[in-house]
Design a protein around this ligand. Structure first.
Ligand code: ADP
Length: 404
């Protein structure tokens, strides 16, 4: 067996998953959270069933202490790390800027570069670096690889990534569209071609990654050519708590007329926007339940959500010239027939026809939800960002450590 540990680190928490690379199956997963608070919390699941789950509360001073808690959980509840032949650790990193276009083995210099990119990703990169430092200290004898959320979008043409503002200012402050969720868009677009048994190079796909954060990606022959998130993950769709697209002049208006500060505006758009703003709840299940029960406010919020998704489908249909496949993924995309039907309603003229019975079927595996007559095939494909990070980590260390 060879195993890879995948780590996704936030500022006060990290998630992990141990993956057997021979079978590409999950050996264990877990979460360490409330790091730095008086009482921290950890959860470890050996295997994939709830029966293997254990939880613990204890103070967890910093990320390094968090990794010690994780290592203890592996020792106590399995699988024993010493018996799994751990060959590498893969780290999710949100922003690779225009420096990291592919997964990269982490050295001290790479760490500093990821840290430097905090300037354009202040909410994410510092936390990713904290996790990387602690993980490297905890697992000093295996290579660590950074897998960037932005990397899949390196193929965006300038026409798609350029904002129409002063070029010198844009260059100096690194202002451009980078795009995010790249690991998921790559995994899902490749899985779609494989599921349909078609060569990736010939398929034009629109991926709808609809989770708490949500983005759309136009994928032409395996390459991202446009995506809805921008310099930061705020642009694009209306999300759980993010506003998505907005006229930037609204910000000037609110500064002048409401006297709002930058921090208040950041909060308004990034944490108090989206479904939370419109329906009073950022969790799509609750918004749907309220709409189904007849709440017109919740229905109006859903209508905004659908309108935005549909707009991007039309935009990317045009950018691609045509579309073969539309794929729904992530928490909302995989689980919500209401959103899938609402977002693509009325697009029969574009060759997009959802089958209501197939759309309602619950499943954890890839499936078709369009009718047999639909020119565009509509799929639901569960994303697996951890597996994609593990695959890219393995690919990277095979290049840098040929003996692996
Ligand atoms: P994250 O961006 O945090 O990774 P996820 O991809 O896990 O998010 O998606 C979380 C979202 O998925 C939440 O808004 C949740 O309400 C939604 N969701 C999960 N299950 C369902 C469901 N059955 N119906 C509608 N929405 C769902």
């Amino acid at each position: 067996m060879t195993a890879i540990l995948v780590v996704n680190s936030g500022s006060s928490s990290f998630k992990y998953q141990l993956i057997d690379m021979d079978t590409e199956t999950e050996l264990a997963s877990g979460l360490v959270e409330r790091i730095g608070e008086p009482i921290g919390h950890s959860r470890h699941t050996a295997g994939t069933s709830k029966g293997g789950r254990t939880e613990r509360d204890q103070p967890i001073m910093d990320h390094t202490a968090g990794f010690a808690v994780m290592i203890e959980a592996f020792a106590e509840h399995g699988p024993k790390l010493s018996e799994t032949n751990l060959i590498a650790v893969g780290h999710r990193v949100v922003q690779g800027g225009n420096r990291f276009f592919e997964p990269t083995e982490i050295t001290h210099l790479v760490e500093l570069n990821i840290e430097d990119l905090s300037e354009i990703a202040p909410l994410h990169n510092p936390a990713n670096v904290q996790g990387i430092r602690a993980a490297r200290a905890s697992f000093p004898n295996v290579p660590h690889v950074a897998v960037f959320d932005t990397a899949f979008h390196q193929t965006l043409p300038p026409a798609a990534y350029t904002y129409a503002i002063d070029r010198d200012i844009a260059t100096r402050y690194r202002v451009r569209k980078y795009g995010f969720h790249g690991t998921s868009h790559k995994f899902v677009s490749e899985a779609a071609a494989a599921y349909l048994d078609r060569p990736l190079a010939e398929v034009k796909t629109i991926v709808l990654h609809l989770g708490n954060g949500a983005s759309v990606c136009a994928v032409d022959g395996g390459e991202s050519i446009d995506t809805s998130m921008g310099m930061t993950p705020l642009q694009g769709l209306a999300m759980g708590t993010r506003s998505g697209d907005i006229d930037p002049a609204v910000i000037f208006h609110l500064r002048r007329r409401a006297g709002m500060t930058t921090a208040e505006l950041d909060d308004l758009l990034n944490r108090r926007g989206g479904m939370l703003a419109l329906a009073g709840n950022g969790d799509m299940r609750d918004v749907e339940d309220a709409a189904v029960a007849g709440d017109p406010v919740a229905q109006a919020a859903l209508d905004v959500y659908f309108h935005r998704v549909k707009g991007y489908v039309g935009n990317y249909y045009a950018q691609l010239g045509t579309v073969d496949v539309i794929v729904f993924t992530a928490g909302v995309g995989e689980n919500s027939p209401i959103v899938r039907a609402g977002a693509l309603a009325g697009l029969e003229g574009m060759g997009i026809e959802i089958d209501p019975v197939r759309n309602e079927a619950k499943s954890r595996t890839p499936r078709v939800i369009s009718t047999d007559n639909s020119r565009v095939t509509v799929l639901v494909i569960p994303t697996n960002e951890e597996l994609e990070i593990a695959r890219q980590t393995l690919g990277t260390i095979k290049r840098t450590h040929p003996s692996v």
